[in-house]
Unconditional design. Structure first.
Length: 422
C-alpha cells in the first residue's frame, strides 16, 4: 500500500471515530443550517459550525437567514457573521464585501467588521483606525477592544496590546478572545509561563473552543495535559490538521510511535504541503527504525521548502542509519548551516561518524559543537564519547566534567555513569 493510501486510511479511521461520537449534534447543526428558525438562531448555528470547522455550512446558514431578514433588526449582525465566515475561509475580499453591506445598517458593526477583515491580511495600520472608530461609536465594546489589541500587536506595539487585552479580559471574564490573543502575544515574546496562564483563563471561559485548546496544547510541554487538550480539540473539530500534527509531536515525545505516526499522516492528508509535519513524520519513522521512509519524508519536506533545516537533519540521520555516511556528513553540515542556534545536528553528526568509524570527522563535529555552544552539556558529552572511541581517557574525563557543569539539557546521571566507567 502506498504512503498516500496509508495516510488516507489513517485519517478515515481517526475521523470516523471522532465523528461518530458527535453524530447526533452534527446532524442537528446541519439541519438547523439548512433551515434556521430565525436570524438569532442562524447566527448561533453559524458560530457553532465555524467552531466545528464546517465553514461552508456556517455561511450557508447565514445566507439562508438573510434571504428572509432584510430590513429586520439583526441584518447587520448577520452580515458581520457572514464576514467572519469569510475570514475563516481566508477570503478577505468577500469578507470586505460583507462588511460593505453593513454600511447603512450599523456604522459600529461596519467598523468592527472592517477591523477584523483587515486583520486577516495583517494590515494593522488599517485595522487600528477602524477599531478605534468602532469604540468611539460604542465605548468599551469587547469585540472592538480585542480588535484594537490585535491591531496594536500587528503594528509592533506589544506592551500596548497586552494592556488592551488584559483590560478586556478583566471586563468580561466569561469571554475567551482577549486572554487567547494575550496568550499568543506572550508566546511570541518568549514568555511561555505567562502565556500558559492566559490561555488557561481563555479555556476556563470557553472549554470547548478548539482554537484555544490547540494553542494551549502547542504552548505546554509535551505531556498528559497537552495531549488531553489536543484530543478534546479534535472531538470538536475532527479535521483540525494543526491539532493532529501537534498531537503527533506530543505522542512522539511520550514514546507512542504508532500513535504519532497515525496522527501526523492524518494531518498531512488534510494539509499535505506542511514541510514541518513531513519532517516530524520523518523523525517518527527514524524512531521506528524505518530510515527509508524517514528519508522519503525528509525529501517530501524539502520539495516544499528547499532550505528546511529540520528536514535536512532528518535526511542526514536517515542516510547515516542506512550506512551512507559520506552523504550523511554533507547533510549534517547543511542542516547545521540552516539551524545555527541548535547544536543537535553537530552532536548527532559526531555520534553517527563515531559509529561509522570516522573518528577524525566525529572529533571535528564534536569540537565545533563545543566551540559554538560552550555551555551545552550535550555537546561536551559528545566530545567525551568521541574521546572514549579515540581511547583518550584524560580528554574524555575532562569533557564529561565540563558536561556536568553545563546546561540542564543532557542526562547528567548518564554522564556520571560514563565518568565512573573504567
Amino acid at each position: 500500500m502506498s504512503r498516500e493510501n496509508t495516510r488516507f486510511f489513517a485519517l478515515a479511521a481517526i475521523s470516523s471515530l471522532a465523528l461518530s461520537v458527535h453524530a447526533a449534534a452534527a446532524d442537528d447543526l446541519g439541519a438547523r443550517a439548512k433551515k434556521p428558525a430565525n436570524p438569532t438562531e442562524a447566527i448561533e448555528t453559524s458560530r457553532a459550525l465555524r467552531r466545528a470547522g464546517r465553514v461552508n455550512e456556517a455561511i450557508f446558514a447565514v445566507q439562508k437567514a438573510l434571504e428572509s431578514a432584510r430590513g429586520n433588526e439583526p441584518v447587520a449582525s448577520l452580515f458581520l457573521e457572514l464576514a467572519r465566515g469569510r475570514i475563516d475561509q481566508n477570503k478577505q475580499k468577500l469578507a470586505m464585501i460583507a462588511c460593505g453591506q453593513i454600511h447603512k445598517l450599523s456604522p459600529f458593526d461596519e467598523q468592527l467588521c472592517t477591523a477584523e477583515a483587515q486583520l486577516l491580511s495583517r494590515r494593522g495600520s488599517i485595522a487600528l483606525p477602524a477599531a478605534e472608530q468602532a469604540l468611539a461609536l460604542s465605548p468599551g465594546d469587547y469585540d472592538a477592544t480585542v480588535a484594537k489589541g490585535r491591531a496594536l500587536a500587528e503594528l509592533g506595539k506589544p506592551q500596548e496590546a497586552a494592556t488592551v487585552f488584559s483590560d478586556a479580559a478583566s471586563s468580561k471574564p466569561d469571554r475567551s478572545e482577549a486572554p487567547r490573543y494575550l496568550g499568543q502575544l506572550l508566546v511570541a515574546q518568549g514568555k511561555k509561563a505567562d502565556a500558559i496562564v492566559a490561555l488557561r483563563k481563555a479555556l476556563a471561559a470557553s472549554p470547548d473552543d478548539p482554537e484555544v485548546l490547540v494553542l494551549l496544547g502547542e504552548t505546554l510541554d509535551p505531556g498528559k495535559e497537552a495531549q488531553g487538550d489536543l484530543e478534546h480539540a479534535l472531538t470538536i473539530r475532527p479535521t483540525f490538521a494543526r491539532a493532529r500534527a501537534r498531537l503527533g509531536e506530543v505522542l512522539l515525545a511520550a514514546g507512542d510511535l504508532d500513535g504519532a505516526d497515525q496522527a501526523l499522516k492524518a494531518a498531512l492528508a488534510i494539509e499535505p504541503r506542511q514541510a514541518d509535519w513531513h519532517a516530524l513524520l520523518g523523525s517518527v519513522e527514524l524512531a521506528k527504525n524505518q530510515p527509508d521512509l524517514a528519508l522519503e519524508s525528509a525529501r517530501d519536506a524539502l520539495k516544499i521548502v528547499g532550505n528546511h533545516g529540520p528536514a535536512k537533519w532528518v535526511e542526514a540521520k536517515a542516510l547515516a542509519a542506512k550506512g551512507e555516511i559520506d552523504l550523511a556528513v554533507e547533510s549534517f553540515q547543511a542542516a547545521y548551516g540552516l539551524m545555527r542556534t541548535d547544536p543537535a545536528p553537530l552532536i548527532d553528526a559526531a555520534h553517527a561518524c563515531a559509529k561509522a568509524g570516522r573518528l577524525t570527522t566525529a572529533k571535528a563535529f564534536a569540537d565545533r559543537a563545543t566551540d559554538d555552544f560552550p555551555k551545552s552539556a550535550a555537546a561536551w558529552e559528545a566530545v567525551g564519547d568521541v574521546d572514549v572511541a579515540l581511547k583518550d581517557k584524560a580528554g574524555a574525563v575532562s569533557a564529561y566534567q565540563k558536561a556536568l557543569a553545563g546546561d540542564s539539557t543532557a542526562d547528567k546521571a548518564a554522564i556520571r555513569r560514563k565518568l565512573a566507567a573504567p
